[in-house]
Design a protein around this ligand. Structure first.
Ligand code: ADP
Ligand code: MG
Length: 328
């Protein structure tokens, strides 16, 4: 049982950034509008995520750590609509199997909260304490009991920068949530949560991008796209500036990337990339999410339609804009 848990855990939890992703998505699902992430040593020795969301009911705390314990799906239809970010009930079980977890949580209806400690999947303590509403997860010593996995981690700096990238993308995907990221006691990112995507782009990417934003706004019966694109003065040699979200979920999709890049083709050199922060709303019948445990790569029922929708809206916006072409 324990071994199975540890192996399965590796599927979902490959590195500190995966822990952070799962915990932040849970906080978002819990309705938080302020989420603070603090890490040390690239998250390998220390990750603390605090939210002001609903908290976990006392009677639900222990079951939340069981595999396939999810409070979020009730039926198969729910699973397909994936209105919440989490839907498989594996994250907490997986994280707890390979680290030392301390959870402090309280709902607004209860007077006291609970501190729950679970290490390597084994419960260590459960006690009542006074604490604010919401949830804090402290994850120590990731992979302390699976040394083989620990060896695959990159340097703390590299792990930290992956976490930074992730939180950046999450903050762009949720302009109405205030995100704070602290690495080795230094504040690296703090967004206001005022709901304005433009402010976040300025905050996160600076003037080179935010001074050149073009607003995107288009819809058909089945697809909707809103957000911003830009051709930075200095274009990128990688896709770090391409952000897109489908129904609030950060995803990767070769179809969407290609549509964005094709629309920018007249303005940007080969192997250079534009900036995009795009939110798509798509009928859940048209997407298939359950492709990989980490839920990043989506499939579309009609990829061609998705491509043409995206490409035609972006190229209409770019048409007639006097963008300074890249010079080689
Ligand atoms: P999933 O998100 O797929 O449901 P998880 O293992 O990530 O599964 O979480 C298990 C359950 O624990 C969630 O369904 C939720 O009820 C509860 N939970 C986890 N994190 C939080 C949080 N930050 N605030 C409130 N509830 C939470
Ligand atoms: Mg989850």
């Amino acid at each position: 049982q324990n071994t199975i848990n540890k192996i399965a855990a590796g599927e979902v939890i490959e590195r500190p950034a995966a822990v952070v992703k799962e915990l932040i998505e849970n906080a978002i699902d819990a309705g938080a509008n302020a989420i603070t992430t603090e890490i040390k040593e690239g998250g390998i020795s220390f990750i603390r995520i605090t939210d002001n969301g609903n908290g976990i009911l006392k009677e639900d705390i222990k079951t939340a750590f069981l595999r396939h314990a999810t409070s979020k799906i009730k039926t198969v239809e729910d699973l397909l609509s994936v209105s919440s970010l989490g839907f498989r009930g594996e994250a907490l079980a997986s994280i707890a199997a390979v680290s030392q977890v301390e959870l402090v949580t309280k709902t607004s209806n209860e007077l006291t909260g609970i501190r729950y400690i679970i290490e390597g999947g084994e419960e260590k303590s459960y006690e009542e304490i006074g604490c604010p509403n919401g949830t804090t997860f402290l994850i120590r010593n990731l992979f302390y009991n699976t040394p083989a996995r620990r060896k695959f981690l990159k340097s703390p700096n590299t792990e930290a920068s992956m976490i930074g990238d992730l939180i950046t993308r999450l903050s762009v995907s949720h302009p109405d949530i205030s995100f704070k990221f602290i690495n080795n006691n230094k504040i690296k990112l703090h967004t206001s949560g005022n709901g304005k995507l433009k402010d976040i782009v300025y905050n996160v990417y600076g003037r080179d991008i935010s001074a050149h934003l073009l607003e995107v706004n288009g819809r058909t019966e089945e697809y909707e796209i809103t957000g911003y694109i830009a051709k930075p003065i200095v274009t990128r040699g990688n896709r770090d500036y391409e952000n897109y979200f489908i129904n609030g979920r950060y995803v990767k999709s070769s179809i969407i990337s290609r549509a964005i890049e094709d629309a920018f083709k007249p303005f940007i050199m080969l192997h250079r990339y534009p900036f995009a922060a795009l939110h798509f709303r798509i009928d859940s019948d048209l997407i298939d999410v359950n492709v990989h445990p980490t839920k990043m790569e989506l499939r579309f029922k009609n990829g061609n339609e998705m491509y043409h929708f995206t490409y035609s809206i972006l190229s209409q916006i770019l048409a007639g804009k006097e963008l300074i072409p890249d010079v080689s």
